[in-house]
Design a protein around this ligand. Structure first.
Ligand code: SF4
Length: 341
């Protein structure tokens, strides 16, 4: 039988060391105490939907591990930032060469932490970016970047207040206006190693960009009933060295309505309400189907069952200045009125 001591001292990936550093001061607020807040995002919402115990361990309890980071995340973040930067520079009138040179530097700056493996590494990121030029040039013919407050609508942030404890935040890559149809699109850059010939099933009903569309009305300056979600996907095969250097680029655009966005609000509300019921019971179900995801074992796998180790995290206030702040109740009322009109 495994003893608590052996768990603490051998197989905890740093937990044992961190137990001794857990030392809340008298002025610290602990998660769960009045005044503490829970910040949700697209990824933490997936966590909540996937395994409540994992969400609890990650967001509510003392978690000494460094953030859940991976080569795929570093690669995707760096490529996305560079792709966005290239679009802005070209829109400002810089040449292709100037823009790609600056975008490569942007990729380099954003490749942090520099986590690499045999498939995701800096050199491949630069190569992928260079190969994406025809794709981005075609997008520039099709779309223009919308403006907000005299700046390009790029990397805008918002905070959505759900209740006194929970709130949701998001960062939008780009807001675009179609040059032909005049339709607006909220756009996200993605990288994937999925090899499906058609990635529509991955993105068509994805919630992430749909939720981010709440800032469209403010940017466009009028209340939109219809808009698009738009994914620019770099598909990076991992099958063999040759395929590794043959990235494919595809755009996936899906029409959405106010009703779709209302549905997203409702799901967000229901997810949080369901979790609050479990919190009230002090029960956090363990969802075994998520212990191994994309060949990665959950970092809490060896300690998950030991609730004796649970300690509430020290609350760290969120000092971020968000570009937009919304209230979920107001959005419910506003969208109900607009859908009924
Ligand atoms: S080990 Fe499995 S059950 Fe436990 S937190 Fe991780 S995903 Fe959830």
């Amino acid at each position: 039988m495994i003893s608590l001591d052996s768990i603490l001292n051998t197989d905890m990936g740093g937990v044992a060391a961190a137990q001794s550093t857990y030392n809340p001061g008298p002025d610290d607020i602990l998660m769960g105490q009045p005044g503490s807040r829970v910040r949700l995002s697209s990824s933490t919402l997936s966590l909540l939907q996937g395994c409540e115990r994992k969400f609890q361990k990650t967001k509510l309890l003392h978690n000494p591990r460094v953030r859940d980071e991976s080569p795929a995340m570093s690669f995707g973040k760096a490529y996305g930032a560079a792709s966005q930067f290239y679009m802005i520079l070209r829109t400002e009138g810089h040449s292709v060469q100037e823009s790609i040179d600056s975008a490569i530097w942007e990729l380099f700056k954003n490749y942090a932490p520099l986590l690499e493996d045999d498939r995701r590494f800096l050199e491949r990121g630069i190569y992928t970016l260079e190969r994406s030029i025809p794709f981005h040039e075609a997008r520039l013919m099709e779309w223009e970047i919308a403006s907000f407050n005299g700046k390009y609508a790029s990397e805008l942030s918002f905070k959505l207040e759900i209740d006194e404890t929970y709130y949701f935040v998001g960062y939008l890559d780009l807001v675009l206006k179609n040059r032909k149809s005049g339709r607006y699109a909220v756009t996200d850059n993605k990288t994937t190693s999925l090899t499906l010939p058609d990635l529509s099933p991955v993105y068509k009903f994805s919630d992430q960009v749909l939720g981010y569309s709440i800032i469209l009305d403010a940017i466009v300056g009028e209340q939109l009933g219809e808009f698009d979600t738009n994914y620019w996907v770099a598909q990076l095969s991992s099958r063999g060295i040759a395929a590794m250097y043959e990235p494919k680029f595809e755009q996936y655009t899906f029409p959405k309505t106010l009703k779709d966005r209302f549905e997203w609000f409702l799901k967000l509300y229901l997810d949080v309400e369901r979790f609050k019921v479990l919190q009230g019971l002090d029960i956090y179900p363990k969802r075994g189907s998520n212990c191994n995801s994309f060949n990665r074992i959950c970092p809490f796998f060896n300690e998950c069952q030991f609730t004796e180790l649970d300690k509430p995290a020290i609350y760290v206030p969120d000092e971020t200045e968000y570009d937009f702040t919304y209230n979920l109740k107001d959005l419910f009322e506003d969208h109900q009125r607009r859908i009924a009109a």
